[in-house]
Design a protein around this ligand. Structure first.
Ligand SMILES: Cc1cc2nc3c(=O)[nH]c(=O)nc-3n(C[C@H](O)[C@H](O)[C@H](O)COP(=O)(O)O)c2cc1C
Length: 353
């Protein structure tokens, strides 16, 4: 069944979760290439006095990933301010405006926002109404299941969202008080799905294709949203989509292909952020790629210490190239290999911004 958000029919039921500091345009483009049907940008404060900073600018609609439907996420608590921010972002090309009611931080930029607002349902309803009035593009919301385990009000928030005209709701199966502790629970998401007709997206601790299917079956949700499991593994969407469609796994992605993808990821980070920040962002991702491949751990410290893009890129090519070459059996070329060309490190074309 196709998931539709407003006029946007999404090509799949696995979405990338917004993650501040991670889901920048290069990572969103990468995940969408592997089948993430939607990849929302990192949260952007609705306070426009902060929009001049490079960090904010990178999160705006004008910096879309260029791949799939462009969703910009806003965080704030003042309905008028959020509405104005939404208007600006939609004017700059955002195709979906997502409201962040899921971030566990009590305050972002000195203002209540994110899941701290879940306890104030009147305010949430006013924010929903202001956003829907402000823009012609679909408005969605990402929530937690409530402020704390004694106040799981996700269902009431979902009903408010539907009444206000929001186009979809994503639910992380933890309360705000739980932050990232314990396990996500999916009964609350099932209750949300039973209470509304707008699409419901289930989120929290989904790390494998089997879990994705189990969560969809348990909750009846229309799609899953995957966050941390995509770190160091952006190709997870390919496996999840295939498994959801056919209950079968696609042939494993070859190590040589993964190496080529990692190197392309580095190049896109250098191009997007420029030399200094690009190298630092790349370290974050390289750490995750190494974590997923224990055989690369020995070289991790050296890899993460590289000071410039040329040495970082060359070292990454060597470390992951050796890892790929050590594959047990000769791996036949697969589709992604053909698309991406040789996995061997090529001189990169880092560009300063
Ligand atoms: C590093 C990090 C940054 C995050 N930033 C955001 C954000 O900007 N907006 C948001 O709605 N959720 C944010 N989240 C929450 C995720 O979108 C997601 O709800 C959460 O990680 C649970 O999903 P998972 O178990 O698949 O990771 C962030 C999570 C992490 C780990």
């Amino acid at each position: 069944m196709t998931l539709t958000i407003g006029p946007h029919a999404l090509a799949g039921r696995a979405l990338l979760a917004p993650m501040a500091g991670v889901t920048d345009p290069p990572f969103r483009a990468l995940c969408s290439r592997f089948g993430a049907a939607l990849a929302c940008a990192e949260m952007l404060s609705a306070d426009q006095s902060l929009w001049h900073t490079p960090k904010s600018r990178r999160r705006m609609a004008m910096n879309g990933s260029g791949q799939i439907t462009l969703a910009v996420q806003l965080a704030g608590s003042d309905p008028a301010q959020l509405a104005e921010a939404a208007r600006r972002q939609a004017g700059d090309g955002a195709e979906i405006i997502d409201l962040n009611l899921g971030c566990p931080a009590k305050k972002v930029c000195e203002r209540l926002c994110g899941s701290a607002l879940l306890g104030d349902e009147d305010l949430v309803a006013r924010i929903f109404a202001a956003l829907v009035r402000a823009v012609n593009v679909p408005v969605t919301v990402k929530i937690r299941t409530g402020p704390d385990p004694t106040r799981r009000n996700a269902t009431r928030i979902a009903v408010l969202a539907e009444r206000a005209g929001l186009a979809a709701i994503a639910v992380h199966g933890r309360t705000r008080a739980e932050r990232f502790q314990g396990s996500a629970e999916y009964d609350s998401i099932r209750a949300v799905k039973a209470a509304v007709r707008i699409p419901v997206i289930a989120n929290g601790d989904i790390a494998t294709p089997e879990q994705a299917r189990a969560v969809l079956e348990h909750t009846g949700a229309d799609a899953v949203m995957i966050g941390r499991a995509a770190l160091g593994s952006p190709w997870i969407f390919r496996d999840v989509n295939a498994f959801l469609d056919s209950a079968e796994f696609p042939p494993p992605l070859l190590r040589a292909s993964q190496t080529a993808i990692i190197l392309q990821h580095l190049e896109s980070l250098y191009a997007f952020y420029g030399e200094y920040t690009g190298v630092r962002m790349a370290r974050k991702h390289l750490a995750r790629y190494c974590e997923r491949q224990p055989e690369t751990q020995a070289a991790r410290t050296e890899l993460l210490a590289a000071e410039n893009s040329a040495s970082q890129f060359a070292l990454a090519g060597r470390v992951f190239g050796v890892w790929a070459a050590a594959a047990d059996c000769a791996e036949p070329a697969d589709e992604s290999n053909r698309r991406q060309g040789s996995p061997v490190a090529q001189p990169h074309r880092a560009r300063a911004q």
